[in-house]
Write a protein that binds this ligand. Structure first.
Ligand code: MG
Length: 248
C-alpha cells in the first residue's frame, strides 16, 4: 500500500531532508585526497546529531556505519573504512536521517581532486537523469513515467541503469511502497497522487548494468568493475508539482 502523507508529515520530512542536505554539504567541503571514508562517517554522524536527527542507516539490517560510501566501481552500500580517497576517485555518499519519526534520504557522487572526462560526464548524465525523473513526479502521471525518463536519459548517453536496486517510497519508514525502478515503460505503474513521497535514485553505470555483491555482504560493485554514479533526492508529489525535500 502506498501511504499518502499529510501536509504536517511533509513538513517533518522537509526538516529531515534539510538535515540530509546540510550533512552532504558539509561532507562536500572536506572531501579531498587523503581523507578516509571513516572520517567522513564520523563527520556525518556529528552533523546529523547536532541537528537533532539520527543516522537512519546505522544498524539498519546490521549496517555498521552512519553513511554509505561507494567509491568508483562500487555502486551502493560501501562501508566506511580506513581507505583513503585518491585523486581521480569518485565517491557516492548516501545519507539517511530520521527526524521526529520521519525520514529523508539523498545521495551525491563527489569528485575527488581532478577526475577523468568519463567520470565527469557520468556524473553530469546521472544528475540530469535524476532531475528528468523528478520532472515527471506530478499528480496524474504514472510511476514508470519517472522510471522511463531516467532510463532514456542514461541510455541515450551510452550508459546503463542498475536493475537490481531501485528507489522507494519513504515516510515514517525509510523504505515504503512503491519501488521506484530506474527503467520501465511510460504510462504504466500506479497513478501518482498528491501526498506521495518518493526517494528517486538513479544508479548509472559506465558499462554493463549488471552488479554483484562483495564478500563483506554489503558492497555492491559493477560486474565489469567500470565506474558507477548515484544521485538521489527525496521528493514530495504535491498538487502544484514535485517538491525536492532534500535541499537546504
Ligand atoms: Mg534511498
Amino acid at each position: 500500500m502506498i501511504i499518502l502523507k499529510s501536509l504536517k508529515e511533509i513538513e517533518l520530512m522537509r526538516q529531515a531532508g534539510k538535515i540530509v542536505s546540510a550533512t552532504l554539504a558539509e561532507l562536500g567541503e572536506v572531501i579531498r585526497p587523503g581523507i578516509t571514508t571513516l572520517e567522513l562517517d564520523a563527520l556525518a554522524r556529528r552533523c546529523i546529531k547536532r541537528s537533532g536527527g539520527s543516522p537512519a542507516f546505522l544498524g539498519y539490517h546490521g549496517f555498521p556505519a552512519s553513511i554509505c560510501t561507494s567509491i568508483n566501481e562500487e555502486v551502493v552500500h560501501g562501508i566506511p573504512s580506513l581507505r583513503r580517497l585518491k585523486p581521480g576517485d569518485i565517491i557516492s555518499i548516501d545519507v539517511g536521517v530520521c527526524y521526529k519519526g520521519y525520514f529523508g534520504d539523498a545521495t551525491v557522487t563527489f569528485p575527488v581532486g581532478e577526475i577523468s572526462q568519463l567520470a565527469q560526464r557520468l556524473i553530469e548524465v546521472s544528475q540530469s537523469a535524476l532531475y528528468k525523473g523528478i520532472d515527471q513526479a506530478c499528480v496524474g502521471n504514472r510511476l514508470y513515467d519517472i522510471s522511463h525518463a531516467i532510463q532514456v536519459t542514461a541510455e541515450s548517453a551510452g550508459y546503463s541503469v542498475v536493475r537490481n536496486y531501485v528507489g522507494h517510497g519513504i515516510g515514517s519508514q525509510m523504505h515504503e511502497e512503491p519501488q521506484v525502478p530506474n527503467f520501465g515503460a511510460p504510462g504504466k505503474g500506479p497513478k501518482l497522487e498528491n501526498g506521495m513521497v518518493l526517494a528517486i535514485e538513479p544508479m548509472v553505470n559506465a558499462g554493463t548494468w549488471e552488479v554483484e555483491t562483495l564478500q563483506d555482504s554489503w558492497t555492491v560493485v559493477t560486474k565489469d568493475r567500470k565506474l558507477s554514479v548515484h544521485f538521489e533526492h527525496t521528493v514530495a508529489i504535491l498538487e502544484d508539482g514535485p517538491e525536492i525535500l532534500t535541499v537546504l
